[in-house]
Ligand binder design. Structure first.
Ligand code: NAD
Ligand code: TYD
Length: 339
C-alpha cells in the first residue's frame, strides 16, 4: 500500500514513519511536511536511506501541492499528523492554528474524495474534551464525552474532528479518528514539558513549572501511540473515534521531579512561574473501546519510558543542539521572560 503520512518530520509523525517502515516492509511511506519550526529533516535521515520512503516538502493547506502529490502517488491510506501543536503558541497567535489544523484537514480530505482512498485517519487529541476536575479521580474521557475546548489549539483540533465526521456522514469518506493523551519519547521538540525540562536540566538551567505544578496529564510513550494508530487505520471501524491512553496520570510537578532524579539534578532547579491562561486541570483517558475492539494496550510503563527518554536525549545531544537554534532561544525568551 501507499501511505501518505503528513507531519512526519515532527515528533509523533516521525516515530510513526519509523514504526511503519519497521513493521510493514511491504508498504511505501510518503511523508508530506511543511518543515515548520517543529519539523526536522535530520529526524528522518535514517528513513531517507530506505527505498520505501519518500519525503515531500509541502503545506497541507496548499491545495495545488496536495492534489499534485495525490495524483502522483494515488495513496491507499492518509494519516494526518500535520498540525500546529503547542497550546502556548496558540495563545500567542491563534491564526496559523486555524489555517493548518482546520483548512489543512479539509484540503487533505478533498483530495481523498477526488482520488479515492481506503482510509483517511485523523490524529487528534484528548484536549478536545476540555478538562476534568482534579478532585474527581473517578471521571475519565470516553468517546462520548462532549467536546468542550479551552485553548485555540484544542478548538482547532475539535473543529477538524467535526469536519472529518461530517465528510464521513455526507460524502461517505472512510475516515477514523484517534484522540490521544500526552505523548513523550524520542524526537519531542523541547518546547513541550518533558523535553524542555530535560534540555534545560542538562545545562543546569532553571526548569519552569506553571502555577503550582498540580495539573495532571495522562502520559503515553510515543511508540505505544504509533502501534494504536497503525491498528486503527488498518482494522478500526470507519466513521469511529478511538481514545488512546494508558491510565498513566501524573501531576506535572511529579513528572519534573522524576526527570530531575533520573538525571541526578537538584530540585532547586525548579522555578514556579505564572500559570498558563485557561490551563486545563486534568486529562484522563478511558481506553476501553480500543482495548476491547482492537486488543490494544500500552506496553511501556512510565518508569521505563521516561528513563529511556532521558537516555535518548543524552545520546542525541547533536539532534537537540540542532533544534535549539537562534529562533528557539528567541522563542524561549519571549514566552518565559515575563512569567
Ligand atoms: P509536532 O509539532 O512535533 O509536529 C508537527 C509536524 O507537522 C511538524 O513536522 C511540522 O513541520 C508539520 N506541519 C505543521 N504545519 C504543517 C502544514 N501546514 N503542512 C504540513 N506540515 C505541517 O507535533 P506532534 O506532537 O508530533 O503532534 C502530531 C499530531 O498529534 C498533531 O496533530 C497533534 O495535535 C496530535 N497530538 C499530539 C499529542 C502530543 O502529546 N504531542 C497528543 C495528542 C495528539
Ligand atoms: P505541554 O507539554 O505544553 O502539553 P499540553 O499543554 O498539550 O498538555 O504541557 C504539559 C503540562 O506541563 C501542562 O499542564 C503545562 C505544563 N508546563 C509547565 O508547567 N511548564 C512548561 O514550561 C511547559 C511547556 C508546560
Amino acid at each position: 500500500m501507499n501511505i501518505i503520512v503528513t507531519g512526519g518530520a515532527g515528533f509523533i509523525g516521525s516515530n510513526f514513519v519509523y514504526y511503519e517502515l519497521e513493521h510493514h516492509k511491504e508498504d511505501r511511506i510518503i511523508c508530506l511536511d511543511k518543515l515548520t519550526y517543529a519539523g526536522n529533516l535530520e529526524t528522518l535521515k535514517d528513513a531517507m536511506k530506505n527505498e520505501n520512503f519518500r519525503f515531500v516538502k509541502a503545506d497541507i493547506a496548499d491545495r495545488e501541492a496536495v492534489f499534485k502529490l495525490f495524483e502522483e502517488e494515488k495513496p491507499d491510506i492518509v494519516v494526518n499528523f500535520a498540525a500546529e501543536s503547542h497550546v502556548d503558541r496558540s495563545i500567542e497567535d491563534p491564526g496559523i492554528f486555524l489555517r493548518t489544523n482546520i483548512l489543512g484537514t479539509q484540503v487533505l480530505m478533498d483530495a481523498c474524495r477526488k482520488y479515492g482512498i481506503k482510509r483517511y485517519h485523523q490524529v487528534s487529541t484528548d484536549e478536545v474534551y476540555g478538562d476534568l476536575p482534579l478532585e474527581r479521580k473517578d471521571l475519565f474521557f470516553t468517546e462520548d464525552t462532549p467536546l468542550h475546548t479551552s485553548s485555540p489549539y484544542s478548538a482547532s483540533k475539535a473543529s477538524a474532528d467535526l469536519l472529518v465526521l461530517a465528510y464521513h456522514r455526507t460524502f461517505k469518506l472512510p475516515v477514523s479518528i484517534s484522540r490521544c493523551s500526552n505523548n513523550y519519547g524520542p524526537y519531542h521538540f523541547p518546547e513541550k514539558l518533558i523535553p524542555l525540562m530535560i534540555s534545560r536540566a542538562f545545562e543546569d538551567k532553571s526548569v519552569p513549572v506553571y502555577g503550582k505544578g498540580e495539573n495532571v496529564r495522562d502520559w503515553l510513550y510515543v511508540k505505544d501511540h504509533c502501534a494504536a494508530i497503525d491498528l486503527i487505520m488498518r482494522k478500526g471501524r470507519e466513521g469511529e473515534v478511538y481514545n488512546v491512553g494508558g491510565h498513566n496520570e501524573r501531576a506535572n510537578i511529579e513528572v519534573v521531579k522524576t526527570v530531575l532524579a533520573i538525571m541526578g539534578k537538584s530540585e532547586d532547579l525548579i522555578e514556579f512561574v505564572t500559570d498558563r491562561p485557561g490551563h486545563d486541570r486534568r486529562y484522563a483517558i478511558d481506553p476501553t473501546k480500543i482495548s476491547e475492539e482492537l486488543g490494544w494496550t500500552p506496553e511501556t510503563s512510565f518508569d521505563d519510558g521516561i528513563r529511556e527518554t532521558v537516555e535518548w536525549y543524552g545520546k542525541n545531544k547533536e539532534w537537540l543542539n540542532g533544534v535549539l537554534s537562534g529562533d528557539y532561544m528567541e522563542y524561549y525568551d519571549k514566552m518565559y521572560s515575563n512569567r
